[in-house]
Design a binder for this molecule. Structure first.
Ligand SMILES: *Cc1c(COP(=O)(O)O)cnc(C)c1O
Length: 402
């Protein structure tokens, strides 16, 4: 483990960025160099409690020992071989995912890439005239051209027109609007079971079931983008199980391999064969290193009982945060589902994010006014208490200043 003494200072790293890294991100002026569980350290040795580790990718925390060991052992044996061979770990990880979910798996490296595969598969697996795809306002499906077109938020479409043809947008929760958009050229409806970047938006009872029925009537596929909701985030292996609605395709990434780049598409046995040899590919997809990381992540979640911990810690967050809705006028609503936690405010969430950061807590702000947490599934009760205390203090302070 590198000690902070060996690391470049944050300032040195920032100056390299200024010279050589394309400035397409807004970055906090801090270089993070080491992590353990839900804690992370910057180059100056400051420790932070991170309730948003890796945007949800570090789903079992930073440097979980079994994941580290699995990566080390696999790296020493075989890092990469192409998909022209059978890859031991790929079969094993596919089995792990599909026996806890359904169908068959295709592996890639990211959420956007998994969604691109889903769009191609939806067009391939339905009749030839079907090509239209319906998505929802405030959705987030990634930044590649089709994925960003499916992402129904104008701010992500600025300056990159023309977008991909065939995409249509419906308001979240409006089944009638979906019914009106669906026609005999519709091949799929794509939705996040719980919207993440859109502000932790949990669908109303019956909405996902309604989409299932509309898709069945129209001969269209239902795609669940589970890049954020999958891999235990909602207290079930996959979000569709929490809601009791079976999709035809689900896409996974973010926490799938505990922070090692890895994406997947899972398709039912009926749909999967439409990706015939040569129809789709990903050079790095499903390589031995990523598969070893995915398996170690999955086994850790299972063996450590982290689905149970997810549900328990979700309740604990609620118990801390729910009273704030009545107490503080700046807190409009609390929305939670498993360890996806959103607090909608009446003030810019970035003020709260900054106040928490000053006190050593990392959280996220999205959609201008929503505070978002995606804690690791192995976050402890003490860490939940510590984080909620800092967040509560920051909110009370901000409420006084309004
Ligand atoms: C993050 C995210 C994506 C995009 O994933 P990348 O790995 O950044 O391409 C897609 N869908 C959802 C729901 C996400 O949260």
């Amino acid at each position: 483990m590198p000690t902070t003494a060996e690391a470049r200072s944050s300032e040195e790293t920032i100056s390299l960025f200024k010279q050589y890294v394309i400035p397409n991100y807004t970055r906090t002026p801090i270089s993070l160099v080491r992590g353990e569980g839900s804690y992370v350290w910057d180059a100056e040795g400051n420790r932070y409690l991170d309730l948003f580790p890796g945007w949800g990718c570090d789903i079992i925390g930073y440097t979980p020992p079994r994941l580290v060991r699995a990566i080390q052992e696999q790296a020493a044996r075989l890092i990469h071989v192409p998909n022209t061979w059978h890859i031991e770990g790929q079969g094993e990880f596919a089995e792990f995912l599909c026996t806890r979910g359904f169908g068959k798996a295709f592996f890639c490296n990211s959420g956007a890439e998994a969604n691109e595969a889903a769009f191609k598969l939806a067009r391939l697996a339905t009749s030839e005239k079907k090509y239209k795809i319906i998505s929802f306002e405030k959705s987030f499906h990634g930044r590649t051209m089709a994925a960003v077109t499916a992402t129904a938020q104008p701010k992500y479409h600025q300056g990159i027109q023309p977008l991909m043809p065939g995409f249509r947008y419906a308001p979240l929760g409006d089944l009638d609007a979906v019914r009106e958009l669906v026609d005999d050229e519709t091949c799929a409806v794509i939705i996040e079971p719980v919207q993440g970047e859109g502000g932790i938006n949990v669908p109303a009872d019956g909405f996902l079931q309604g989409l299932r029925e509309i898709c069945d009537e129209a001969g269209a596929l239902l795609i669940f983008d589970e890049v954020q909701t999958g891999m235990g985030r909602l207290g079930t292996w996959f979000g569709y199980q929490h809601f009791g609605v079976q999709p035809d395709i689900m896409t996974l990434a973010k926490g799938l391999a505990g922070g090692v780049p890895c994406g997947a598409l899972i398709a039912t046995d009926a749909v999967a064969p439409s990706l015939r040899p040569g129809m789709h590919a990903s050079t790095f997809g499903g390589n031995p290193l990523a598969m070893a990381a995915g398996l170690a992540t999955g086994r850790t979640i299972e063996e450590d009982g982290l689905l149970d911990n997810c549900r328990e810690m979700s309740d604990r967050f609620r118990a801390h945060l729910e009273p704030l809705v009545d107490e503080l006028p700046i807190v409009r609503e609390l929305r939670t589902c498993g360890l996806m936690i959103g607090l909608e405010l009446t003030i810019p969430s970035k003020e709260i994010v900054a106040k928490c950061f000053e006190r050593g807590l990392i959280i996220n702000g999205t959609q201008d006014v929503v505070v978002r947490l995606l804690p690791a599934l192995n976050v402890t009760a003490e860490q939940v208490d510590e984080g909620c205390e800092i967040l509560t203090t920051a909110l009370r302070e901000a409420a006084e200043q309004v």
